[in-house]
Design a protein around this ligand. Structure first.
Ligand SMILES: [Zn+2]
Length: 59
């Protein structure tokens, strides 16, 4: 099954699902950190930080 939702809705809240490591495959989940997800097996890291709008210059 190629189609997988990354998010699930529970009680009206968006819940992020655990993701498999793209290198190690099924069964190896990425550890979720504040701004990234990483695989403890192969050290694959994916940043999940939201894009922030660049602050406008003062002048
Ligand atoms: Zn991995």
């Amino acid at each position: 099954m190629a189609h997988k939702n990354l998010y699930d809705i529970q009680d009206g809240k968006i819940v992020r699902k655990k993701r498999n490591c793209p290198k190690c495959g099924d069964g190896t989940f990425l550890a979720q950190h504040k701004d990234r997800e990483s695989c403890g097996k192969c050290s694959y890291t994916e940043f999940t930080k939201k894009e922030e709008k660049p602050a406008k210059p003062a002048e």
